[in-house]
Design a protein around this ligand. Structure first.
Ligand code: XMP
Length: 177
C-alpha cells in the first residue's frame, strides 16, 4: 500500500459487488430505453468503465470535465466546467456519473449546465457520497457508498493527480487517524 494511504475503506471485491448492484438498479429503471451516460472527468473514469460493462441496455457515453479541488484536499468552492460534448442530448435521458459528492457544488453546476442542453430528464449517480460536507441541497439518485468526512483516494479519485490507479478506495494518511 502506498505510504500516503492510511487504510483501505472499500476493497476491490466490495467495490465490484456494489457497482454490480448499482448497475442492476439503473437497469431496472431504464431497461432497454435509450440512455446517455455523462461521466464527469477525470475522477469517474474507472467507475464509468466498470459500471457500463454491467449494463445491457443501449447506452451512449459522453464526458464532461470539472475540477474543484486543484491540489488541495478541501474544495476551493469553484467548480470549473469544460464542455466539449459531441453527443446531442436534447430530449434524451441523461445519467450524470461522478466519483464523489462532497459539497455538492460540482454536481449542482453540471446539472444546471446540462439542463440548458434540453434533455428529457436528468438523473445523477455518484460512487461515493459525503453528506456531512454538503453546502448545496442536492441528493444523488444512485449512490455506491455513503462515507464519513475523509479525503479518499483510489478507484479514480486522486491526491495531487496521483493514486487514481489504486484498485481500492483508501483514506489519505493525514486524514486517517
Ligand atoms: P464538490 O465539493 O463540488 O466536489 O461536491 C466534488 C469533487 O471534489 C473532488 N473530491 C474529492 N476528490 N477525494 C478526492 O480525490 C475526496 O475525498 C474528494 N472529495 C471531493 C472530486 O473531484 C469530486 O468530483
Amino acid at each position: 500500500m502506498p505510504r500516503q494511504v492510511a487504510r483501505v475503506l472499500f476493497t476491490e471485491a466490495q467495490i465490484r459487488q456494489r457497482v454490480r448492484e448499482l448497475a442492476s438498479e439503473i437497469q431496472r429503471d431504464f431497461g432497454d430505453e435509450d440512455l446517455v451516460i455523462l461521466a464527469v472527468l477525470r475522477g469517474s473514469m474507472i467507475f464509468l468503465a466498470d459500471l457500463i460493462r454491467f449494463l445491457q441496455g443501449p447506452v451512449t457515453i459522453e464526458v464532461i470535465r470539472a475540477a474543484s479541488y486543484g491540489h488541495a484536499t478541501v474544495s476551493s468552492g469553484t467548480a470549473r466546467i469544460r464542455d466539449e460534448m459531441d453527443v446531442d442530448i436534447r430530449n434524451r435521458d441523461v445519467l450524470i456519473l461522478d466519483d464523489i459528492l462532497d459539497t455538492g457544488r460540482t454536481l449542482a453546476r453540471i446539472k444546471g449546465h446540462i439542463q440548458s442542453h434540453g434533455p428529457r430528464a436528468i438523473r445523477t449517480c455518484v460512487f461515493l457520497d459525503k453528506p456531512s460536507r454538503r453546502v448545496v441541497d442536492i441528493k444523488p439518485d444512485y449512490c455506491g457508498f455513503t462515507i464519513e468526512d475523509h479525503f479518499v483516494v483510489g478507484y479514480g479519485l486522486d491526491y495531487k493527480d496521483t493514486l487514481r490507479n489504486l484498485p481500492y478506495i483508501g483514506i489519505l494518511e493525514e486524514e486517517g487517524n
